[in-house]
Write a protein that binds this ligand. Structure first.
Ligand SMILES: *[C@@H]1O[C@H](CO)[C@@H](O)[C@H](O)[C@H]1NC(C)=O
Length: 238
């Protein structure tokens, strides 16, 4: 190989290397969770699309430069021939979600890496409801802010939004998921940010978790940015 070509390849690898991100998942819940990953659009899935994470355990996954997608965690999973979970199940029947999204309600962490120049965009979202507390912490970039939904919304979930198992609320639907009406889902005549407003239901989520998206056109304070190629810690029950 010519030296010039070699150098260009090496440089390309280094740029790719610095802009890719490592996501480390940490489970601070006193119970096992089963995190899942979903790449947006038609891009390849990450090396893992679902795994088991015992209490206090952690695991890392690399994402390439420009990656965008979401993370969530499933709870109360069992494998009786088919792998299924009581919350945020992706319906694959397996540990890996293999490109399938989790069924709401599910707390989400959403990312777009290198979305504009060197900037990463990230948020925590309750637009699809809540199943467990979750945080996103940028690592190695002191100027970048963490975002979280730290409250256990299951304990303040109104009955008409609650998903129960054995009398216990295991997840909390958003009003959009529960009622599928335009004013809650920002659809139809409510399909623009100036027409879709907070509702008595979205306020329950916003009061408990001010940093997280509580409905589709929640204010911009819910989107966070970080420049310069950070890595990220995703914590369940932070
Ligand atoms: C929210 O508003 C709807 C419609 O006005 C009402 O039926 C419902 O009881 C309210 N729920 C809460 C939790 O305030």
């Amino acid at each position: 190989m010519e030296l010039e070509v070699f150098c260009i390849l090496l440089l390309a690898l280094m740029v790719q290397g610095t802009l890719s991100a490592t996501f480390t998942f940490k489970n601070n819940c006193p119970y096992t969770v089963w995190p899942a990953t979903l790449t947006a659009g038609d891009k390849p899935q990450l090396s893992s699309t679902g795994f088991e994470l015992g209490s206090e355990a952690s695991q890392s996954i690399n994402a390439p430069a420009g990656w965008s997608g979401r993370f969530w965690a499933r709870t109360d999973c069992t494998n009786r021939g088919r792998f299924t979970c009581a919350t945020a199940d992706c319906g694959s029947g397996q540990l890996g979600c293999n490109g399938a999204a989790g069924a709401p309600p599910a707390t989400l962490a959403e990312f777009t890496l290198n979305g504009g120049g060197n900037q990463d965009f990230y948020d925590t979202s309750l637009v699809d409801g809540f199943n467990l507390p979750m945080s996103v912490t940028p690592l190695g970039r002191p100027g970048c802010r963490a975002t979280a939904c730290q409250a256990n919304i299951n304990s303040v979930c109104p009955p008409e939004l609650s998903v129960k198992s054995n009398g216990r609320t295991i997840s909390c639907k958003s009003a959009c998921v529960a009622f599928n009406q335009p004013q809650y889902c920002c659809l139809g005549e409510f399909a623009t940010p100036d027409k879709c407003h907070p509702t008595n239901y979205s306020r329950i989520f916003k009061n408990a978790c001010p940093q997280a998206y509580s409905y589709a056109y929640d204010d911009r304070s819910s989107t966070f940015t970080c420049s310069g190629g950070a890595n990220y810690l995703i914590t369940f029950c932070p």
